[in-house]
Design a protein around this ligand. Structure first.
Ligand code: PAF
Length: 279
């Protein structure tokens, strides 16, 4: 496995890559969710590249950029055994050269949910993903459905900028107890982790009610909130039921595919989870 730490090294190696090339962009501290993206890429691409870059521009001033978990040696072992052929690990200076002044703002889709809770976050995400796609020039790039709004924003950015890249969304990977895999799960104390199981429990309860015919948007949100509010350690940021394409919050009866998503705080750690409900 090649480890490329500069654009020059990446471009050198990319010239010789057998196609199609699949890219799995990550911020490192890998878990089964990331590996599932690598496996999806391996199934469809001749060469699989990954990137590890903790992107400063997608963190707010009071967020965990400095203490975001990092373990490069472990990440490299995991990527190598998963069959990745190249890992791009650029420095901040490589990704944001001196005088860097260009940002990408996807104006639709970003004023709600995580975009409203974390102003500027999706400008940072869209900008760095555009840079990574330009640097690597993959045929396909793989992202997890856990960050559903991120996936929607990246799809729109790739479409709007006419990038010749297929964006592939992959299902959420959960631990055996139902908790969605996330690098930030490492921050949870055991009792917070236990309480965090209320997220998937709430989503599952709403999913069952939906399958049984319940269509009222507020009633579905209430089912989720009730499960989470039963946990004193959990602080709900939001529980949303939104149109799966526009991300506009739904009222009344759910008619088309809908994204039931939530963010819940456990101390300073905020966890995301979601399911898509299709009538
Ligand atoms: O989902 C992530 O890990 C990051 O937001 C991404 C897509 C790698 C951009 O920094």
């Amino acid at each position: 496995m090649i480890v490329a730490r500069t654009l020059a090294a990446l471009r050198d190696a990319r010239r010789d890559a057998r196609g199609p090339v699949g890219l799995v962009p990550t911020m490192g501290y890998l878990h089964q969710g990331h590996l599932s993206l690598v496996h999806a890429a391996k199934a469809e691409c001749e060469s699989v590249y990954a990137s590890i870059f903790v992107n400063p521009t997608q963190f707010g001033p009071h967020e965990d950029f400095a203490k975001y978990p990092r373990d490069e040696a472990r990440d490299l072992e995991m990527l190598e055994s998963a069959g990745v052929s190249l890992v791009f690990i650029p420095s901040v200076e490589e990704m944001y050269p001196a005088g860097d002044a260009t940002r990408i703002s996807v104006d639709a889709l970003t004023g709600v949910l995580e975009g409203a809770r974390r102003p500027g976050h999706f400008v940072g995400v869209a900008t760095v993903v555009a840079k990574l796609l330009n640097a690597v020039q993959p045929d396909r790039s793989y992202f997890g459905q856990k960050d559903a709004q991120q996936l929607a924003v990246i799809r729109r950015m790739v479409r709007d900028l006419l990038l010749p890249i297929e964006v592939v969304g992959c299902p959420i990977i959960r631990d055996d107890d139902g908790l969605a895999c996330s690098s930030r799960n490492v921050y949870l104390a055991p009792e917070q982790r236990q309480a965090a199981l209320s997220l998937s429990r709430g989503l599952r309860a709403a999913e069952h009610a939906f399958a049984a015919g319940l269509r009222d948007a507020e009633a579905l949100r209430t089912i989720v909130r009730t499960q989470i509010l039963a946990e004193p350690l959990a602080a709900i940021d939001y529980v949303s039921l939104a149109d799966a394409d526009s991300l506009a919050e739904l009222e009344g009866s759910v008619q088309g595919p809908a994204l039931l998503s939530l963010v819940v705080g456990f101390g300073p750690t905020h966890l995301l989870d979601n399911v898509t409900l299709v009538p």
